[in-house]
Design a protein around this ligand. Structure first.
Ligand SMILES: C[S@@+](CC[C@H](N)C(=O)[O-])C[C@H]1O[C@@H](n2cnc3c(N)ncnc32)[C@H](O)[C@@H]1O
Length: 266
């Protein structure tokens, strides 16, 4: 059994236990908080970067709640084994379905109704801003962080787990991917960002990449700021920004540009 206590980050700390927590045990101010549960072999990696800056402040304020679920505690035997060799041979180890199943069952007892179960996986659907917006509308999420060669397929099939990828590369484990997904989602929750308008104007919010940004000093290394931005003419500034967004999207992301144009036509 892991010596690492299972802690719920935010206003309330939870003692290590395999007994499922119910919403009844949750302090009243957190009952409606957006809830993230993360099944992981490295509970101490959480909240990690999410404990800092705006996501950290929101966690402290109870705008969202984070509960790592230590997979090791559900392991087999004296050594709490969680993995075994791949059927059919080959390199590496695979996370056992019975062990993961027990962790999922415990997570399910505390999960908010309607919170999806997601396995971070390079084979998954690529994570997008749209998915972050969708998750932020839901009551929370339960995330599964893989390790080694990943999860036994039967557990994915049995619980009909959605697979989500951070991109076309392979990480050592799902923890960094989980933190990225949570960061992108939590910043969209009401009251987390000071200036709500900033999420409406940034990359992907309208299907385009963001225009270039500038700040003081007015001149740096012989480079000035585009004149239009200091003109005070808000109409012209908006036109310039839109034109730059379109130019950058067209050049860098033909896939987004095509979808954007199709939306304009349709
Ligand atoms: C070494 S990877 C397993 C890779 C797997 N054998 C494959 O080829 O698809 C271990 C774990 O890291 C996580 N992971 C790796 N790359 C990821 C990505 N691009 N997006 C999300 N999670 C990822 C997953 O949870 C995965 O189970």
């Amino acid at each position: 059994m892991s010596d690492t206590p299972s802690r719920s980050h935010g206003r309330k700390s939870i003692r290590p236990t395999l007994k499922p927590r119910s919403l009844m045990d949750t302090p009243e101010e957190l009952v409606n908080a957006w809830q993230a549960q993360v099944i992981t072999l490295f509970p101490e990696a959480f909240p990690g970067i999410l404990g800092h800056s705006l996501t950290g402040k929101a966690l402290q304020e109870g705008k969202w709640q984070l509960t790592p679920i230590p997979l090791r505690e559900f392991g087999e035997g004296k050594h709490r084994n969680v993995d075994d060799t791949p059927a059919g041979g080959g390199a590496g180890m695979v996370l056992r379905p019975d062990v993961m199943g027990r962790a999922i069952d415990v997570a399910a007892q505390s999960a908010r109704p309607g919170a999806p179960l997601i396995y971070l996986s390079p084979r998954g659907r690529p994570f997008t801003q749209e998915m972050a917006q969708d998750l932020a509308q839901r009551p929370g999420v339960t995330l599964i962080c893989g390790r080694f060669e990943g999860l036994d397929q039967r557990v994915i099939d049995h619980y009909q787990i959605a697979e989500v990828s951070l991109g076309d590369f392979v990480l050592t484990g799902g923890e960094i991917a989980a933190q990225a997904l949570l960061d992108a989602t939590v910043r969209l929750l009401p009251g987390v960002l000071g200036n709500a308008a900033s999420t409406e104007e940034e990359s992907f919010s309208d299907g385009l990449l963001e225009h270039p940004q500038y700040t003081r000093p007015a001149e740096w290394e012989g480079r000035g700021i585009p004149e239009v931005l200091t003109s005070g003419n808000h109409g012209k500034i908006a036109d310039w920004r839109r034109a730059m967004s379109e130019e950058i999207t067209k050049a860098r992301r033909p896939d987004l540009w095509e979808a954007y144009q199709a939306r304009l036509k349709g």
